[in-house]
Design a binder for this molecule. Structure first.
Ligand SMILES: CC(C)(COP(=O)(O)OP(=O)(O)OC[C@H]1O[C@@H](n2cnc3c(N)ncnc32)[C@H](O)[C@@H]1OP(=O)(O)O)[C@@H](O)C(=O)NCCC(=O)NCCS
Length: 141
């Protein structure tokens, strides 16, 4: 997925302040600065997207064991920048990086809110579990 003009995808996590702000504006459960610092620092990978004015407008990250188990977390796009393909670009980047750096057939899971379900399905994830909120994807090279 190509980003719209003026947007840039950067490898690595957003700042703690941007992480907390993005969660807040997107309506996700608020986290504290210590939670944010440890979460971002403990990620297997992360990326973020800046908008036309240079502000961080989206992010996503992966928590993983570096072997086979990888969890996509904190997929967020600020409301003013949603539905432009930014979330898909973030997801594509994270999955391509897992595919490139993990050993064979990494098992990628996530917990899908309604907002992201179609996005994840389009990327190949299938629902599992009783409530069908878990989604999984085995990546192959
Ligand atoms: C889930 C979320 C990250 C998606 O981010 P996003 O940047 O809007 O994602 P995209 O733009 O790539 O795709 C979203 C939709 O926009 C559509 N879209 C993409 N580019 C588009 C464009 N140029 N014009 C119109 N629609 C477009 C996609 O087809 C998709 O539509 P669909 O869901 O009906 O299939 C975002 O909605 C969000 O932050 N939600 C709140 C936080 C949240 O709940 N996060 C956890 C989700 S599990």
């Amino acid at each position: 997925m190509t980003l719209p003009p003026g947007y840039a995808l950067l490898d690595g996590p957003p700042t703690v302040d941007d992480y907390l702000r993005l969660r807040q504006v997107a309506g996700l459960h608020p986290k504290s600065p210590p939670q944010a610092e440890r979460a971002l620092g403990g990620s297997w990978s992360a990326c973020h997207v800046t908008g036309p004015d240079g502000e961080t407008v989206a992010m996503g990250r992966v928590v993983g064991d570096d072997g086979w188990y990888f969890v996509v977390a904190d997929m967020v796009t600020a409301p003013d920048h949603q539905r432009r393909g930014v979330g898909r670009a973030v997801l594509d980047h994270l999955l391509a990086d897992v595919r490139a750096r993990a050993p064979e057939e990494p098992y990628v899971t996530l917990t899908a809110d309604d907002a992201g379900r179609r996005l994840y399905a389009q990327a190949g994830f299938t629902a599992f579990g009783a409530g069908q909120t878990g989604m999984q994807l085995v990546l192959t090279r």
